[in-house]
Design a protein around this ligand. Structure first.
Ligand SMILES: N[C@@H](CCC(=O)N[C@@H](CS)C(=O)NCC(=O)O)C(=O)O
Length: 223
């Protein structure tokens, strides 16, 4: 097996999705911190590995792969002993892929980054109510995705859970899901918290993210 190195930041949700995958697969890896707030992702050595300057980035011997939604399927495809976390069955895989794309395109970029980028990188101190309302729209959809299943893409744990739970934990900082309105989301998040590797891979970083956001002392402005 190759030497695996994950470059990232624990506060970053997609980094945590990859940490959950690496831990679930019990793979040995090195973790290299890339401090985005200090601009380390824009240094020439990092740009050579990932010209898109995002974290996470996975180095597997000589190859570099970035975007958590590409890294997770790669890790399962290359190193897992079963396909449970990323099923080979085409329909089941399509459901997992849909959730991954939903996280990548809507939940993370459309909703979460729209909240965090102004606070963390642009010096904003006010958040528009419409951006908080967008979080509730994500919750409405995720509650529907869960349906009667224990996991977000069906009856089994998959990388779709790892992808979505890290973003959801971070959205929670802006809007706590009401257990009466979103009982399935609350139960699903509790269920994932029981994974033996959850706290180390996601809990710690989610808490760092929460303090970072709260330290900005932002206010919410009605539209
Ligand atoms: N779709 C990407 C998103 C990665 C991303 O935007 N990461 C943020 C941190 S959470 C980042 O690296 N931002 C710095 C930048 O875009 O320059 C993934 O899942 O890996």
């Amino acid at each position: 097996m190759g030497k695996l190195t994950l470059y990232g930041l624990e506060a970053s949700p997609p980094t945590r999705s990859c940490l959950l995958t690496l831990k679930a697969l019990e793979l040995p890896f090195d973790f290299v911190v890339v401090n985005l707030l200090a601009g380390e992702h824009l240094l020439p050595d990092y740009l050579e590995k990932n010209p898109q300057h995002t974290v996470p980035l996975l180095e597997d011997d000589e190859v570099c792969i970035w975007d958590s939604h590409a890294i997770m399927p790669y890790l399962v495809g290359k190193y897992a002993t079963t396909d449970a976390l990323y099923p080979k069955d085409l329909y089941q895989r399509a459901v997992v892929d849909q959730r991954l794309h939903y996280d990548s395109g809507s939940m993370f970029v459309g909703t979460m980054r729209a909240l965090t980028r102004p606070l963390l990188f642009l010096g904003a101190t006010v958040i528009e109510q419409s951006k908080i309302d967008a979080v509730a729209e994500v919750y409405d959809l995720v509650e529907t995705f869960l349906g009667d299943n224990d996991y977000i893409a069906g009856t089994e744990l998959t990388i779709a859970d790892f992808s979505c739970v890290t973003t959801m934990c971070s959205l929670k900082v802006f809007l706590e899901p009401d257990p009466n309105k979103y009982p399935k989301i609350v139960a699903w998040m509790e269920r994932l918290r029981e994974l033996p590797y959850y706290e180390k891979a996601n809990g710690v970083g989610a808490a760092i993210f929460e303090s970072l956001i709260k330290s900005k002392n932002f206010t919410i402005e009605s539209n």
